[in-house]
Design a protein around this ligand. Structure first.
Ligand code: NAD
Length: 708
C-alpha cells in the first residue's frame, strides 16, 4: 500500500487485479493528482501482462467508494489552460481503464460521486451494494463546472440522452436501485455479497456485455433535429431555474452532452476538458466551491462544543403549523418515528396533507415509490394529547411565537418527558435563555431553528442558551446533520443571525413601499439580484403575523434601528392579512398560488405618490441594509467568523450562491466603496445606514472580511 494515497493493489489467485481505494479508518475517499498518477502507472504496468484476466476497483472505507476529485485541487486552478490540462490528465488515466484488453469492474459500496462515477463509467461493468449509503451521480454543475474526467461523454453513451441530461444538469444522485433502473449500474447485490457478485459479473463480462436501449431513445439520439429539440427543451428548463450569466455550468454541460452523440470520443473529451478549463476560473465556480468546502467544514464543527451527542431514535414535534408539519415530514423522511402534537385536529390534518404532497411530488418524479411514500407517512403519528412522550429522545417545539406560550408548553412537557430528553425550540427570534428561564432542567433546552420551507432550506441555526448542556447542543447539531441539514451554531441573541439580518431587509422594503415603490418592483429587483423571491413574497411565505412578531422582538432587543417600518407590518396584520397561509397578504392568492399584489395594502402602508427608482437603487438599499447589519452581527459575536454568516445566509435565505454569500459579495465591492455608499445613504435616508464600526475599521486597516 502507498502510505500517502492509501491505494492498495494485488493480483488474486484468479489473475484479477484488485485495486482498493482508501483505508477502513477514513471517512471519505477523494481523488488527488497523486492517486491518479499512481493509478495510471499501475494500469500501464498490468496492461501487457498475460496473467491478468481482469480488474476490480473497490474501497476499504465503509460507506464510501470515491466521493470525487478533491475540491481543493480543482479550486486551486486560476488559469483556464492549466485547469483544462488537469481534466485531461484524469481523462487519460480513465481512458487507460477503458483501453485495457481485459474487462474491469467496480464494486460500489457507498458514495460514488463526480470523479468516482467517472472512474466507474470507464469500467466494463458496475455493481452496487444494496445499501442506503450508496449514492451515485455527477454533482459537478453544483460546483459551477461540468464533469471533466469523461463523464459527459461516457454517461450519455451508456444510459442515453434523457437520463444524462437529468443527472448532469441537476447534479442529483441516485440510490443503487435507481442507478440500476437507468442502466448506470449493471447489478445491485446484497452488501455482504458485493465482492462475490462483482467477481462473477467480471468473469461473465469477459465474453462480452450486451446492453440495449429502447428504439425510440436511440432514434432521438441519432437524429440531429430530434436531439436538438430535446436539448432545447432541457435548456428552457435550465433557464427557468437559473440564468446562464450567473450559472453557466448547466448550459455548457448541454454542449458537452450533445457532443457525446455528434463527435467521436477523443473530440468529445477534448471539448469537455476545454469547457472545464473555461469554467473553473469563473467567479461563480470559485464561490460555489468555496461554499461547498465551508458547509462541509461546518458540518464537522459543533461550534467548538465537545460532547457526545445522544442518538435520536424517537422524536416528537409540538405544533403542527407551517413549521411543525414540515419538521415532522423531514424526520419521517429519514425513517425516524415522530409524534406530531397540536391542539387542533384540523392543523394535524393539514400537516399530514402537506407532508403527503411533498412525497407525492417525489413519487411523480420517480424519486420515491408509492410503497416508500406510505412507509414514510407511517412514521408520523398525529396526536392531540401528550401520550407516548416519555420515551422520546428529542422534542422539537414549533408552537406560536410567544414567550409566555412557549414557557408554558415547556413547563407542561417537562413533566412528561424523560430526564435526558432534549427540548429544542424552533423559535425564530426569542432568546433560548428566556424560554428556559423557568425550566426545571434548563440544561436540556436548546434552539433548533429551521427555515421555511423546511424540506427545501438546508440551514438549521443551533443556539446554545446560557445554561444549555454541551450534550444537548451536540445532540441538536448531530440530529440536524442526520436530517440532511447544514447546522450553524449562533449566539443566543434576539433573532439569532439570519432573521436579524432579514429584518433590516424587510424593513427597507417596507420603507420603499411607503415611499411609493410598488411591491412588484421591489420584489423584481431582488430576484434580478439572484434571490429566489423578493421581500414581499418572502414575508407572505413566512407569515405576516410571524414576521411582525419577529420585528417586535428584534425592536425590543435592538431598538428602533431594526424596525422603523414595523407599523406598516402591524397595520397589514391587523387587516387580517397573514400571508400565504390564509390566502391574503401583500399579494393575493388563488389555490395557494400568488396572483397579484393586493391593492388594499398600498392604502394601509400610507403609500405616497407612485415612485419609480432604478433597479440598482432598490438593490443597493435593500442589500446594503443587510450588509451593514451583518457587520454589526460580527461585532456582537453572533457568529464566530464571516464564513459562518455567509453559509447561513445562502442556506437559510437563498442569498445567491453564485455571489458566495453576503460578506463575499461585500468584499467584491470593497470596504472603502461600501462605507462611502452607506454614508451617502445615511445622509439621504437616515441613521439606520450609518456604517458599522467594523466596516470603518476595515477601511482604516485596509482589510476585507476574507483575506485575499
Ligand atoms: P403556525 O401558526 O403555522 O403554527 C403553530 C401551531 O402551533 C398551530 O397549529 C397551533 O394550533 C399550534 N399550537 C399552539 N399552541 C400549542 C400547544 N400548546 N401545543 C401544541 N400545539 C400548539 O406557526 P409557524 O409559522 O409554524 O411557527 C411555529 C414556530 O416556528 C414559531 O416559533 C415561529 O417563530 C417559528 N418559525 C417560523 C418560521 C416561518 O417561516 N413561519 C420559520 C422558522 C421558525
Amino acid at each position: 500500500m502507498t502510505e500517502a494515497t492509501g491505494m492498495n493493489h494485488w493480483i488474486d489467485p484468479n489473475g484479477i487485479v484488485r485495486i482498493v481505494f482508501g483505508r477502513p479508518e477514513d471517512k471519505v475517499n477523494v481523488l488527488s493528482p497523486d492517486i491518479l498518477q499512481e493509478l495510471g502507472d499501475l494500469l500501464d504496468s498490468v496492461r501487457g501482462r498475460e496473467d491478468v484476466r481482469g480488474l476490480i476497483f473497490s474501497s476499504a472505507t465503509p460507506g464510501n467508494f470515491i466521493a470525487g476529485m478533491d475540491v481543493e485541487v480543482i479550486a486551486s486552478f486560476t488559469d483556464a489552460f492549466k485547469a483544462a490540462e488537469g481534466a485531461r490528465f484524469g481523462q487519460i488515466v480513465f481512458q487507460k481503464i477503458e483501453d485495457l484488453p481485459v474487462p474491469s469492474a467496480c464494486a460500489i459500496n457507498g458514495a460514488c460521486l463526480g470523479g468516482g462515477t467517472e472512474l466507474a463509467l470507464a469500467c466494463t461493468v458496475r455493481v452496487a451494494a444494496d445499501s442506503r449509503a450508496v449514492k451515485i451521480g455527477l454533482p459537478e454543475t453544483q460546483l459551477g463546472i461540468i464533469p471533466g474526467f469523461g463523464g459527459t461523454q461516457r454517461l450519455p453513451r451508456l444510459v442515453g440522452l434523457m437520463p444524462s441530461l437529468d443527472l448532469i444538469l441537476s447534479g442529483r444522485t441516485l440510490d443503487a436501485k435507481r442507478a440500476e433502473r437507468i442502466g448506470l449500474v449493471d447489478l445491485v447485490a446484497p452488501e455482504a455479497y458485493l465482492e462475490r457478485e462483482t467477481i462473477k459479473l467480471l468473469v461473465k463480462a469477459a465474453s462480452g456485455v450486451k446492453r440495449s436501449r429502447s428504439f425510440g431513445a436511440r432514434l432521438v439520439e441519432s437524429t440531429p433535429p430530434l436531439r436538438r429539440f430535446v436539448i432545447g427543451k432541457a435548456r428552457k428548463t435550465a433557464e427557468s431555474k437559473a440564468s446562464p450569466e450567473n450559472y453557466p455550468a448547466p448550459f455548457r454541460a448541454l454542449e458537452a452532452i450533445d457532443a457525446a452523440f455528434s463527435m467521436p470520443m477523443p473530440q468529445g473529451l477534448d471539448l469537455e476538458a476545454r469547457i472545464v478549463g473555461e469554467l473553473v476560473p469563473t467567479r461563480t465556480s470559485k464561490n460555489l466551491m468555496w461554499l461547498f468546502k465551508s458547509q462541509s467544514a461546518l458540518k464537522k464543527d459543533p461550534g467548538g462544543i465537545v460532547a457526545l451527542p445522544r442518538k435520536v431514535r424517537r422524536s416528537a414535534v409540538l405544533g403542527a403549523g407551517i413549521m411543525g408539519g414540515g419538521i415532522a415530514q423531514l424526520i419521517a423522511d429519514k425513517r425516524i418515528p415522530v409524534r406530531l402534537k397540536d391542539l387542533r385536529s384540523d392543523a394535524l390534518l393539514t400537516a399530514l396533507r402537506q407532508a403527503s404532497k411533498i412525497w407525492r411530488d417525489q413519487v411523480q418524479r420517480r424519486r420515491l415509490s408509492p410503497r416508500e411514500m406510505r412507509q414514510r407517512l407511517g412514521f408520523i403519528s398525529p396526536t392531540l394529547d401528550d401520550a407516548g412522550l416519555a420515551k422520546v429522545d428529542i422534542v422539537i417545539e414549533a408552537v406560536v411565537e410567544n414567550l409566555d406560550v412557549k414557557q408554558k408548553v415547556l413547563a407542561a412537557i417537562e413533566e412528561r418527558i424523560g430526564p435526558r430528553t432534549v427540548f429544542a425550540s424552533n423559535t425564530s427570534t426569542i432568546p433560548i435563555s428566556d424560554i428556559a428561564a423557568r425550566a426545571v432542567r434548563p440544561e436540556r433546552v436548546v434552539g433548533m431553528h429551521f427555515f421555511n420551507p423546511v424540506h427545501r432550506m438546508p440551514l438549521v441555526e443551533v443556539i446554545a442558551g446560557q445554561r444549555s448542556s454541551p450534550e444537548a447542543v451536540s445532540t441538536v447539531h448531530a440530529f440536524a446533520l442526520e436530517l440532511g441539514k447544514v447546522p450553524v451554531v449562533v449566539r443566543d441573541a434576539p433573532g439569532f443571525l439570519v432573521n436579524r439580518i432579514l429584518m433590516l431587509y424587510f424593513n427597507e422594503a417596507l420603507r420603499l413601499l411607503s415611499e411609493g415603490v410598488t411591491m412588484e418592483a421591489a420584489d423584481r429587483a431582488m430576484t434580478e439580484f439572484g434571490l429566489p423571491m423578493g421581500p414581499f413574497a418572502l414575508m407572505d411565505e413566512i407569515g405576516l403575523d410571524t414576521a411582525h412578531h419577529a420585528a417586535a422582538v428584534l425592536e425590543g432587543g435592538f431598538g428602533k434601528r431594526i424596525g422603523t417600518a414595523t407599523p406598516i407590518l402591524q397595520a397589514v396584520v391587523a387587516s387580517g392579512r397573514l400571508g400565504k397561509k390564509n390566502g391574503k397578504g401583500f399579494y393575493q392568492y388563488r389555490g395557494g398560488k400568488r396572483t397579484r399584489p393586493d391593492p388594499g395594502v398600498v392604502k394601509l402602508a400610507g403609500t405616497a405618490a407612485p415612485l419609480q427608482l432604478p433597479v440598482e437603487t432598490l438593490q443597493e438599499r435593500m442589500v446594503l441594509a443587510m450588509v451593514n447589519e451583518a457587520a454589526v452581527c460580527l461585532e456582537d459575536g453572533v457568529v464566530r467568523e464571516p464564513r459562518d454568516l455567509d453559509v447561513a445566509m445562502v442556506y437559510g435565505t437563498g442569498f445567491p450562491p453564485f455571489r458566495g454569500g453576503l460578506l463575499r459579495y461585500a468584499d467584491s465591492i470593497g470596504p472603502a466603496v461600501l462605507v462611502d455608499r452607506l454614508a451617502r445613504l445615511a445622509d439621504a435616508q437616515g441613521e439606520r445606514f450609518r456604517p458599522a464600526g467594523l466596516l470603518r475599521d476595515m477601511v482604516r486597516e485596509e482589510r476585507r472580511f476574507y483575506p485575499a
